[in-house]
Design a protein around this ligand. Sequence first.
Ligand SMILES: [Zn+2]
Length: 328
Amino acid sequence: MAACHEHGMRLLIYFGYELSNIAPEWDLYGDEILVKPQRGGYHRGDYEQTAYICCFQSAWKEYYLTSIARMIDEYDIDGVYLDGTTEPFGCTNELHGDGYVGPDGQRHRTYPIFAVRDLMRRMREVVKSRKPDGLISAHMSATVSIPTLAFVDDYWDGEQLDVHERGFRLPLDAFRAEFMGHNWGVPSEFLSYLNKPFTYEESVPLALLHDVAVRPYARSGELMGMMSRVWDAWDTIDIERAEWFPYWAGGGPVTAASDDVLVSTHVGPGGALVVAMNATGEDRTMRLSLGMDATSVRELIRDREVPVQDGAVSIETPAWEGAVLLVR
Ligand SMILES: [Zn+2]
């Protein structure tokens, strides 16, 4: 940990949503704390084991919070990366008070949203009281349950799209509702696995068009290159002081010659970051009038200079791909 901190890096430790059948707690607490009917079942072969979903209506909540506090106190970690933790999984486990017997005599699920909300509220206190700039970063899939998610610093959403084949298109209104974060007041990042279903040349402009970064992950070297150029560009234009003009609001200095080229632009003191997407199923030449003086334009996805002619640029763009332009 000290080596990370010496290099200006912060380290978040993974806290998930399951208990492994080879964990020391399994025999003592498994029946009491697992979601019933038992499900999940993530199998790992390196040390033969299968893990099942836990319920935070149970005493597991206290163990979880204590563990986070101890990891900060004893190891100086900088926060937690949560996997599915903010999701109130349905549960019938009467050993911790979940579920109910219906008129049919059968036991039915309840959803412990208040318990998960309490977990998250207290987790924020555990982290921020020890490290005011500590982070809670929550990965989940399609469950933007804001009563529980409101306490995190950012959420990472999109893994559920990996069931779709290449060629799947996410409706843009769905992106604005679920993946943007602006409407919830919680920053978001987009999770995009290569070709499941998007290429990075598709997912980076799709997300940035909505002011959402794509978070690189292990073995996504090409994506790391694209996003590190975008992070540098944010510094160059001074993104904190920039004004944003999203594509649906019409305005902004940059205009496309065609209605099916969508453009969002950040204009800051140090320049502009322009995201343009070819929102059609056909390859296009995107022609963009910049509406501002430009000494240089660099396209950050493919890392190349783009010539400016008569205040405009033309970029050959495959279907559903786009361009991210740093304009100085
Ligand atoms: Zn339960």
